[in-house]
Design a binder for this molecule. Sequence first.
Ligand code: ADP
Ligand code: GLC
Length: 486
Amino acid sequence: MQILSVTAEIFPLVKTGGLADVAGSLPKALRAHGIYTRSFVPGYPGVMRALSDATPVAEFENLFGERATLLAARAQGLDLFVLDAPAFYARQGALYVDSHGREYADNWKRFAAFSLVASQIARGLVRNWRPHIIHAHDWHAAMSLLYLKYAGEDTIPRVLTVHNLAFQGQFPAHYFPELGLPAEAYSIDGVEYYGDIGFLKGGLQAADAITVVSPTYAREIMSPAFGMGLEGVMNERHADVVGIVNGIDLEVWDPSSDPCIEHHYSARVPLRRLPNRQVLLRHFGLPDTCGPIFASVNRLTWQKGMDLLAATAVEIVRNGGTLIIHGQGEEKLEAEFMDLMRRFPQNISVSIGYDEHLAHRIHAGADAMLVPSRFEPCGLTQLYALRYGCVPVVARTGGLSETIIDANDAALHAHVATGIQFAPIDEDGLRHALRRTFRLYRLRRVWEGLRRQGMKTDCSWHRSAARYAELYSELLNPDMRLVGSA
Ligand code: ADP
Ligand code: GLC
């Protein structure tokens, strides 16, 4: 079976978050099911630099006014199609925003062009290659399904995975005529969205199956609190929505061989983890208080509840703990964390930026990983933390609530607990969770049990890849039924 995966990010070539990790690792896991994935990505500089054996397979003289070339290539074990369109993707700034953090004004065009070409690949643009299924990820790729639908191509099942409903690709309606869609596409069944254009909304309407990245999130998005304006569409498409929890790449995240960390260890030899603590403290210029090291590797945003952490960080200092923050995001939050570091230089250290290697080292050296998200479709950082023996302290929402087993009395007694969950998701809730963490940390045997249990947890793609494989088979053989069963 051949899949065309359409994604704006793919690890290790281009990444701003978990989407890249999923798009990069799922294809590997699907191979075990006889499923062969080709990923279609925009030709950002990071992608172009990594390509080997790039072969032009189609040329565009006028793709939304620009010249472009479609390349077939390989990079880092990934089979790719790449849209080489320098006018759209060869930019100085980040993937979606310029160097001042402003959305590129032509994002609608950059991703409409990308999606249009994806739909053409699905229809046989490339000689000798056609997918059995097209699988688009998030709003950047969602329109490929709509283009396919309005091209009258109904033989290729269309799958849309929503990684985060908060990002929707909403643009003013006056761009509609430039999208090259028939007039009827500007409707409630198409791309029309509260008087605007909604790329994700259009994709949701055109998809045969919609997956979201955890069963809990699949339930949550049916309500206004999590649906972000799309709860109506989600309820309408309810029977076609399925939640499939993300897995992680156990080769990229393996503490027994990770080239980013100094001291290797595993669930069998957990004590070898200990020296990584000193390495981490040295890196961040902190003394060892002998208390727990809390860490957060995160986008510094409201979604991630990082304002709650800034407001409660003093609780960590007061109890003799240490806090390490690595991330970037909202300016106000960056400034707040820098200020905390200035006030508590012995206990808090902050590095603003994006550094994949450092992320691995933090997971290997810290004791507890804080994930206080207000909503979290799945979350990967808590899964990496489990694998690296860093106990997750998470908000009870979305994928966080189903991937971490709270250390309540019953779970501790049954030796199944893997972390700490908290609710309500507010300052008091988080403060209470921090206190619980300190208490558990002092009970050394209990804490080591938590850590060990986390490291033994299966976070691989094993089960979830099988779910995707089942879904694909069902779409190709409509007598089977999986969608809607979550
Ligand atoms: P999201 O995709 O919503 O940001 P996830 O938890 O699914 O959240 O994935 C985030 C991914 O990005 C993880 O792999 C995490 O380690 C990584 N990450 C986030 N911020 C940084 C950063 N500043 N430096 C390095 N890696 C980061
Ligand atoms: C999104 C979500 C995150 C999820 C990731 C990968 O960025 O915010 O929860 O883990 O996508 O699916």
